[in-house]
Design a binder for this molecule. Sequence first.
Ligand SMILES: [Fe+2]
Length: 193
Amino acid sequence: MSIEQIIRRYFKSGSEAERILIAHGEAVADKADEVARRFPEADTDFDFLYEAAMLHDIGMIGTHVPSLDCYGQSPYIHHGIIGKRLLEVEGLPRHALVCERHFLTGVSREDILREGMDLPPRDMLPESWEEKLICYTDCFYSKKAGRLKNEKSPAEVLKKLPAFCKPVFQSWLIDFKEAVPDVLILSDRRVSG
Ligand SMILES: [Fe+2]
């Protein structure tokens, strides 16, 4: 089944929710592709990277966020775990992991418990190269109306991230060869897995 067919199973054709999912997915897919190409030595699965970027937020349809035209039962923070379940049902377990592991810069069991997040207490950290690429590039885009394709600057991303995610993102700026002013990456760098 194609990406479009999977999206159509859960999103009403022509709806605002579908438009947001696709526009956001394309923005993340484009940047993930661009970042991946900085690493010709990496064995990037570009087809998977594109598909998983397009589907990573599919679970938003099960959440209640009227501004995203989504009228499900769950809080938005559940969009990753809902997406994981949907894509497992669709027989896409690798894509499903991207859904669960892309929230913020990934959240560990300890992060979930310490921050009191409404999530099951288990590690939801990006592990594969493609999972990390999507989690990283997703940080640069919001789903706010009119700003779907606007790439945030690294400084803007850092400003919005919770404190426990900032060192991970600062580390990623270096690891993913982002062109950024030194001032953004000098302090408190934690090497990520
Ligand atoms: Fe996203």
